[in-house]
Design a protein around this ligand. Structure first.
Ligand code: LP5
Ligand code: MN
Length: 240
């Protein structure tokens, strides 16, 4: 048996090939797994569960089919879809998890998270994150008319793109001390995350022994998943 992990699909109506790749993955790969974990940024941008975008209903129905076939699906929010809420969770059958979660899988203890909280050198982002994670700000945003929310989200994406052009690659990667601290505080030697779009298996030396950080890739021209079984933790890139 195995458990699958994916992140950073950035699904949107403008990228039908990625959606098709995801549906294929659900029907042919995830269906044979013990469970599926989606570690954030499933969607390009999420402005509320009441968004009538038809793609969202289509994805919810596909995830529900997976759940009804006996494969539970778990979701950790990303920096694009942190507003995904209970209504979509109910429609899709996904279980919403907190931003950090420790799993015990086939004898390994694994910390899973989106990965943005590890990018502590990116102070502008962390400041932005604190603001948009403020429950009051979220409540105000969600109470706005849909077209205002769409406009604000588009503005944020444009500002984000612009500000990322001026940032170094190092600043936008995880901070090694933040990684070590997260692993030590949860007492784990395995971590799986996405967000940075730098798929890799990193071996590291912690103060209490050897550890592994496995990073999922984003779904641009191909898919990316991590398969955990009793024998191995494999990072797999695959065509749509
Ligand atoms: O997303 P990505 O990969 O391009 O970059 C991220 C960080 N950027 C973000 C911002 C998101 O892209 C915006 C998504 C909007 C989704 C839905 C809207 C819901 C709104 C809810 C309000 C309660 O996460 C980027 C990181 C990068 O990852 C790598 O880690 O660097 O961080 C930034 O770009 C932050 C900037 O440095 C500063 C933020 C600019 C936003 C300013 C907002 C202006 C709003 C105007 C409103 C009228
Ligand atoms: Mn992200």
């Amino acid at each position: 048996m195995n458990t699958l992990f994916i992140a950073d699909l950035h699904l949107c109506a403008q990228e039908p090939a990625i959606t098709a790749g995801f549906l294929r993955f659900l029907r042919h790969d995830a269906i044979h797994a013990e469970a599926l974990y989606i570690l954030g940024d499933l969607f390009e941008a999420w402005i509320g569960d009441d968004d009538p975008e038809p793609l969202h209903a289509e994805i919810a129905a596909e995830l529900k089919t997976l759940q009804q076939a006996g494969v539970p699906c778990y979701f950790i929010h990303g920096n694009r879809d942190f507003l995904l809420g209970k209504r979509f969770a109910r429609a899709s059958g996904m279980h919403l998890l907190p931003e950090e979660k420790v799993l015990e899988l086939y004898g390994r203890k694994i910390l899973i998270l989106h990965g943005d909280t590890l990018c502590t050198d990116d102070q502008a982002y962390q400041q932005f994150r604190r603001k948009v994670h403020n429950p009051l700000i979220q409540k105000l945003f969600l109470a706005m008319p849909l077209r205002w929310r769409l406009k604000i989200a588009a503005k944020m994406r444009a500002r984000s793109r612009q500000s990322n052009q001026g940032k170094s690659q190092a600043i936008m990667d995880v901070n090694p001390q933040a990684v070590e601290q997260a692993m030590l505080s949860h007492n784990v030697h395995w971590m799986i995350h996405g967000h940075t779009h730098r798929p890799a298996v990193h071996e590291l030396e912690l103060s209490n022994g050897k550890a592994h950080r496995v990073v999922l890739g984003a779904w641009h021209a191909e898919g990316s998943m991590i398969k955990v079984s009793a024998d191995a933790v494999e990072l797999i890139q695959f065509p749509f």
